[in-house]
Every structure is written in structure tokens, then in C-alpha cells.
Design a protein. Structure first.
Length: 358
């Protein structure tokens, strides 16, 4: 198991490097000038060139790429010829850098925290912006996946036990409809119906965040109702997948010899279904849930923007509107890292769920 996890980590680092490389070069070959967008249409060329020089945009694309990787990694090379200027610069960017190896007279290898750069638009640190937005997206994805897991498993188990009945056919129909419904259309439809048309009955807001400042500005209040609509919208598709996976997996497990043996021994039906059959049918469900949880962070873009939920998706849309490359790169990298961590965690869960793997 440790060897498998180490291989997974090495593979994951390569995946993250590939994601960063593709996004970096993709954005730099697209038309558009971040310096021009920062200053507006009335800016003069001299000011634009100064901004480009300050941001390092006047360098070659390869140099910009190497500098970004150098900032992003835990280990980086730096010119220390002017040590006072370097350490002032390193503290501002990295917090604290520890020199671990000197290379020649002017260069050294340092251990530091990754640096994601600063936003082109507001000059804030990208890491700070992501640290504010990421918890909102994680909470939204976690609530959505809980809805999908519990309701989907419950419906899938009963659909398998009631095979070929009206309940089974209804579950299949609803889950098929849910899988074919795009997130952005579902968000518009659910928001229009439950927040606009039925707003007086549901008392739900179309837009809002988990914490809101009251109208009088007297403080920040927790608003749990604001998470209901985006979480339900985000959970529709994984819920549909879980229903069908649980149903099919349960039908397969219920046909196994050891289930028939358990019935022959006279074990209670509830114990056979929920302790033996359901537990052994969870492997494909865990695979789907893990993939959906990580994928939700990428899929929340439309949902968060429509419902005004200020998470990573909301941040990405605003950054794309202003061609803010550091923010987009930081958000995509964060999603990739979460995806990798979830995949490694799922490998450990497999071993705990399936004794045959042990």
C-alpha cells in the first residue's frame, strides 16, 4: 500500500505539472493584453510598457514559464548576489525562504512555500484570494455530495429490492433525466422556480453567500438557507449517477452465492441487505462519489455565478472576464490538487471497504 501511494503521488505531481503547463501556454497564446486591460482604453503606450515590465510580461514566454514554475515549487533557485534585496523580496513573496544549498557565488537553492503570484486587477495575492473562496466551494460541494450519497444510495437500494415495479421504473426515469440536465440550465430553472416564483412560500434567496451582512450593517450572520438551492442544483447529476450505480451494484451482489447462503442460514433480511450486500456494493459508488466531488470544484463555475455563491467558480469567471492569468492558474491548480488528493484518499478507502484487496 505505501508503494502504491508513493507511485500515485509521483504520478499526481506529473499531472499537476501538465495542467499548469497547458493552462499557462493556452492563456499566453490567446489574444489580449493584461496590462492594457488593467489601464483601460485611454492609457498611453509608455504606461502600458511600464506595467508590462513590472509584471514581467515583456520577457520571453519561456522565461515567464520558468519563473512561474520556480515560484510555484517548494524548491527554487534564486540569485543572491544582493542578499539584502533578495531576502526583502523573498519575505514579501514567500513569507520565509530557507537556503539549503549554495550554487557558485551568486545562486542558491531555497526551500519555501509555493507562490501563486498576484492578481493583475487588484494586486492582491492569489493565495489569499483562493483561501477566501475555497472554503465556500468545498462546503457547497460537500453538502451537494452528501445529498447525492444518502438519497442516491437509499433510492438505489429500494429500487434494487423493488426491481421491475413502478418505484424502480420511476427511479430509473428520474435519474436518467437528472444525468441529462446541464448544470447551468438546472441552476436557472431551480432558481427561477423556487426563489422567484415560489419565493414567498420557500423564503429562499436567488443569490447569497453562507455569511451575509445584515441591512443595518450590524454584523455578519450565518444564512444556511442560501446553500440549499446551489447544493441541490449541484447534487442533481451525481445523485442520478449514484441511484443507478447503487441499483445495478446491489442487483449484482444480491445474485451472489454468499447472499443465498446467508438467507439459507436464516440471517435477518435487514442484516443481509445492509451489512453484507450494501457494503460490498459500495466500491463503484465510492469511485463515482470521489470523481464527482473533485469534479464539482470545476463544475461549480456556472452554479456559483448564477446563485452569487462566492467560491472558486465565481472567482474564475471574474478572472476570465479581466484576463487575470495568475488567478485563473491558481484556481485551476487548486482544483487539480484537490482532485489528486481525493483520488489518493479513495485508494485507501477501497482497501478498507473490500477485504479482497487486503
Amino acid at each position: 500500500m505505501p508503494e502504491r501511494i508513493i507511485k500515485k503521488i509521483v504520478y499526481s505531481v506529473l499531472v499537476i505539472w501538465g495542467v499548469v503547463t497547458v493552462i499557462f501556454f493556452l492563456f499566453n497564446v490567446l489574444p489580449g493584453d493584461p496590462a492594457q486591460m488593467m489601464l483601460g482604453q485611454r492609457s498611453d503606450m509608455q504606461t502600458v510598457e511600464l506595467i508590462r515590465e513590472e509584471l514581467g510580461l515583456n520577457e520571453s514566454l519561456f522565461k515567464q514559464y520558468i519563473r512561474y514554475l520556480n515560484d510555484l515549487s517548494f524548491f527554487s533557485f534564486h540569485n543572491t548576489e544582493n542578499e539584502h534585496a533578495f531576502f526583502y523580496f523573498s519575505v514579501e513573496k514567500y513569507g520565509k525562504a530557507t537556503r539549503i544549498l549554495r550554487i557558485g557565488d551568486t545562486y542558491a537553492l531555497f526551500f519555501k512555500q509555493p507562490y501563486l503570484g498576484r492578481s493583475f486587477q487588484n494586486n492582491r495575492g492569489v493565495g489569499e484570494m483562493i483561501s477566501e473562496a475555497l472554503p465556500n466551494s468545498l462546503i457547497l460541494a460537500f453538502v451537494a455530495i452528501l445529498i447525492a450519497f444518502f438519497i442516491g444510495n437509499l433510492a438505489g437500494v429500494f429500487a434494487a429490492l423493488k426491481k421491475d415495479t413502478w418505484f424502480d421504473r420511476l427511479c430509473i426515469f428520474i435519474s436518467t433525466l437528472g444525468m441529462s440536465l446541464p448544470s447551468f440550465f438546472a441552476a436557472i430553472l431551480i432558481g427561477w422556480l423556487f426563489a422567484y416564483k415560489l419565493g414567498r412560500l420557500t423564503n429562499l434567496n436567488l443569490t447569497g453567500n453562507l455569511y451575509e451582512i445584515d441591512d443595518l450593517g450590524r454584523g455578519v450572520h450565518l444564512q444556511l438557507k442560501n446553500i440549499i438551492l446551489p447544493a441541490v442544483t449541484l447534487g442533481i447529476r451525481p445523485l442520478s449517477v449514484v441511484v443507478q450505480l447503487t441499483r445495478n451494484s446491489m442487483l449484482e451482489v444480491l445474485s451472489k452465492d454468499y447472499i443465498r447462503t446467508a438467507y439459507a442460514k436464516g440471517l435477518p433480511k435487514k442484516r443481509i441487505i445492509f451489512r453484507h450486500a450494501f457494503r460490498n456494493s459500495l466500491s463503484p459508488v465510492v469511485t463515482a462519489i470521489s470523481g464527482w466531488f473533485a469534479g464539482m470544484l470545476a463544475g461549480v463555475v456556472f452554479v456559483e455565478y448564477i446563485f452569487g455563491w462566492k467560491g472558486l467558480g465565481y472567482l474564475i469567471v471574474n478572472a476570465l472576464n479581466f484576463y487575470d492569468l495568475p488567478v485563473v492558474l491558481g484556481c485551476v491548480l487548486t482544483i487539480a490538487v484537490v482532485f489528486v488528493i481525493v483520488n489518493i484518499f479513495v485508494d485507501v478507502i477501497y482497501v478498507l471497504l473490500d477485504p479482497r484487496l487486503r
